[in-house]
Design a protein around this ligand. Structure first.
Ligand SMILES: [Zn+2]
Length: 290
């Protein structure tokens, strides 16, 4: 699943290609329409697909930004401002092409769910193999409460303090540290990959209870998370399974990962172990992490 650095990579690649351009029309997939007809809301949430298509018609994408793992397309029409918010879910990917045939990987081409025709002639294409992604058209963030509950960006000065405060809440105190640092209301944008790496670097067992870690160690852990997220942004993110930047481009961070997906610990040479924490598989070294 794309985490903060991967989403940042998508945003940075989209900005020069899409910012300032105007949407002529939108075409959503039959899969989306069928799901709505069955009372499910596949990818497009809250607003009916035909209304979503109409709403975005004629809008200018004035700015594209990232907030945690969300992509915000800031839209403008007749001096009014709107937001088109996208979450990539497990396998969402964006392409900017002249023609759909330019999407060379068949699995992405086959699972195209949104084509945004730009007046400049290009197609902005959303593809999603597993369809866990989300698209929302809203006027303000307040319309979708989870957007308001996200922790500050980890690079903001108050983010570490925010994390420490949250750790003190009864709700989090007895939870495994890995589950807590992966909670977007505690730290923004840290998922399984970077949580695994950070805990390995700190020598902390992923299942350790949050209140069994000293304040000083928590501060160090936060710094490690922030640094690894920054390093990964600079590397273009980790290309694992179906994550792509845009137009199928890969990042390079996966070559620097030391524990995520590893069978052997690079530090001591022993076999790694895995356990399920908060519903996610967690790899760790029983020798190096306590
Ligand atoms: Zn080890």
């Amino acid at each position: 699943m794309p985490e903060l650095p991967e989403v940042e990579g998508v945003v940075r690649a989209l900005v020069p290609k899409v910012e300032g351009k105007t949407i002529e029309k939108v075409e959503l997939s039959q899969t989306i329409y069928h799901s709505w007809a069955e009372g499910k809301q596949c990818i497009v949430k809250t607003i009916e697909p035909n209304l979503f298509e109409q709403a975005l018609q004629g809008m200018t994408i004035s700015k594209i930004t990232r907030r945690s793992k969300y992509i915000y397309f800031h839209l403008e029409k007749d001096d009014n401002q709107y937001l088109f918010v996208n979450h990539l879910g497990m396998t969402g990917a964006w392409f900017v092409v002249q023609d759909l045939s330019e999407i060379t990987e068949e699995k992405f081409r086959k699972h195209t769910h949104g084509v945004f025709y730009l007046t400049s002639g290009e197609l902005l294409v959303y593809s999603d193999i597993r369809r866990f992604g989300e698209m929302r058209f809203i006027v303000k963030e307040e319309e979708h409460p989870p957007l308001m509950q996200m922790a500050p960006e980890p690079f903001e000065p108050n983010a570490c303090y925010f994390f420490l405060e949250k750790c003190e809440l009864p709700k989090y105190q007895n939870k495994p540290i890995k589950e807590v640092i992966m909670d977007g209301q505690v730290i923004s944008g840290c998922g399984n990959i970077y949580a695994t790496e950070s805990l390995f670097k700190m020598g902390i067992h992923p299942g350790r209870k949050t209140n069994r870690i000293s304040k000083q160690r928590k501060i160090e852990l936060f710094e490690v998370i922030r640094n690894i997220l920054q390093e990964s942004i600079e590397m273009g993110g980790s290309t694992i399974s179906d994550y792509r930047n845009i137009n199928g481009e890969a990042g390079g961070m996966q070559h620097r990962l030391k524990m995520y997906g590893k069978k052997i610990c690079p530090q001591c040479g022993n076999d790694t172990k895995s356990m399920v924490i908060g519903g996610r598989t967690s790899v760790y070294c029983p020798q190096c992490q306590h």
